[in-house]
Design a protein around this ligand. Structure first.
Ligand code: HEM
Length: 396
């Protein structure tokens, strides 16, 4: 089963693997790295129920550490809302939401547009390139730097540490050192913002007070790490997966160029069809429970495949057809329940600006390889392509 989520069939077409699971064993037993056994929920109704089930919790989790880090570093990157249960979760989410407001996100629009234009300018004239490397990957980290108020002169260092922290594969071995460097930088940045607050999210998170409550040092630093990790590769793959689908059925690219009013529903369809967060983060069964007719004892690891749930034919007619104007059941790509993605409005805004920029600037964009030649990244967390080689990077 582990091989099912890593092997060549999966890398060629993850949807095919999940289709078989939904049909044959919708609550599937899988083995995670380190030999941990987990239950993977693959159908839409079961997924939604699991994500709101209070018996599936975070707090009792003591997973093996993925990285060898000093205790103080580990502690100041893990005290965030995504690893907390109520009432801690409620408190952390309330404090951060008070600063990460719709107004703050909307205020970023001109800067996101400018950052997008800078990347498009740099690509213009290249002719051919990997769209992930040149566009989808650098944009979200630039936006997060802007959101947090990372000074211009530090952005390059911030970006390279972040890339090492979030990058999979060959460079994984460098991650612990990058986490330590980034942790040091974040502490420094917090000190700077305390002395001289700016008009940015980090300064607002330092200042936030609610009913006498505030974020501790550990929570502040952990939340910066969470925003960085949660907002980076996820958005990369919303952009890249969406462009991939449009170019692999190129009529859809032309359709969206001609009918820009479809962009909001098209973005929701990309999120459904190729959910960038393939599987929810893990939960533990605090009590025995039954999901989809399968009995799960207490103390077991449970994960929800958002990608699979969003392709469930019981909820979506012709799930494997890309329909830019699809309506009906909302997708679960941003999760569901108390941990529903806090950054969803920002991700949607970034995607709107990114797709508009590409459609306007490079009308002749095409893939240089056939879909069969592309590979999906292995593993359970992120659903994204290894690379997306394109041509047509010349504006009219
Ligand atoms: C949580 C998806 C972008 C911040 C989540 C969860 C999902 C998700 C599925 C819930 C995980 C779970 O329940 O185990 C996505 C996708 C994105 C995206 C698909 C882009 C397309 C962002 C951005 C930010 C962000 C841009 C902020 C900069 C968060 C935070 C949480 C979260 C803070 C934790 C919420 C909580 O625990 O209450 N996201 N995300 N995300 N996301 Fe996102």
């Amino acid at each position: 089963m582990t091989t099912a989520l890593h092997g060549p069939v999966f890398r060629a077409d993850p949807h095919a693997v999940y289709r078989a699971m939904r049909e044959e064993a919708p609550v599937h037993r899988v083995e995670l790295a380190g030999g941990v056994e987990a239950w993977l929920v693959t159908r839409y109704d079961d997924a939604k129920a699991a994500l709101t089930d209070p018996r599936l919790v975070k707090g009792v989790l003591h997973p093996p550490r993925r990285m060898d880090l000093p205790d103080d570093v580990h502690s100041s990157i893990t005290h965030h809302m995504l690893s907390a249960d109520p009432p801690d979760h409620t408190r952390l989410r309330r404090l951060v939401s008070a600063t990460f407001t719709p107004r703050r996100i909307e205020a970023l629009r001109p800067r996101i547009t400018a950052l997008t234009a800078e990347l498009l300018d740099a690509m213009d004239g290249l002719g051919a390139a990997d769209l992930i490397e040149t566009f989808a990957f650098p944009l979200p980290i630039a936006v997060i730097s802007e959101l947090l108020g990372v000074p211009m002169e530090d952005r390059e260092a911030f970006r390279s540490w972040s890339n090492l922290v979030t990058s999979p594969g060959d460079r994984r071995a460098e991650a612990p050192r990058a986490v330590i460097a980034l942790h040091g930088y974040v502490q420094e940045l917090i000190t700077q913002k305390r002395k001289a607050p700016g008009d940015d999210l980090l300064s607002a998170m330092i200042a936030v007070r609610e009913g006498g409550d505030r974020l501790t040092e550990e929570e502040l630093s952990s939340t910066v790490f969470l925003l960085l990790i949660a907002g980076h590769e996820t958005t990369v793959n919303l952009i890249a997966n969406g462009v991939y689908r449009l170019l692999s059925e190129r009529d859809r690219w032309e359709e969206l160029r001609a009918r820009r009013e479809l962009l909001p529903s098209a973005i929701e369809e990309f999120l459904r069809f190729d959910s960038p967060v393939q599987t929810s983060t893990v939960r533990i069964s605090a009590q025995p429970l039954t999901i989809g007719g399968v009995d799960i004892p207490a103390g077991r690891v449970v994960m929800v495949s958002l990608l699979s749930a969003n392709m469930d034919g019981a909820r979506y007619p012709d799930p494997e057809q890309l329909r830019l104007s699809r309506t009906g059941t909302p997708h679960l790509a941003f999760g569901h329940g108390i941990h529903y993605c806090l950054g969803a409005p920002l991700a949607r805004l970034e995607a709107q600006i990114a797709f508009t920029g590409l459609l306007d600037r490079f009308p002749n964009l095409r893939m240089t390889v056939s879909p069969a030649e592309l590979t999906w990244r292995p593993g359970t967390l992120i659903h994204g392509l290894e690379a997306l080689p394109v041509t047509g990077l010349t504006s009219r």
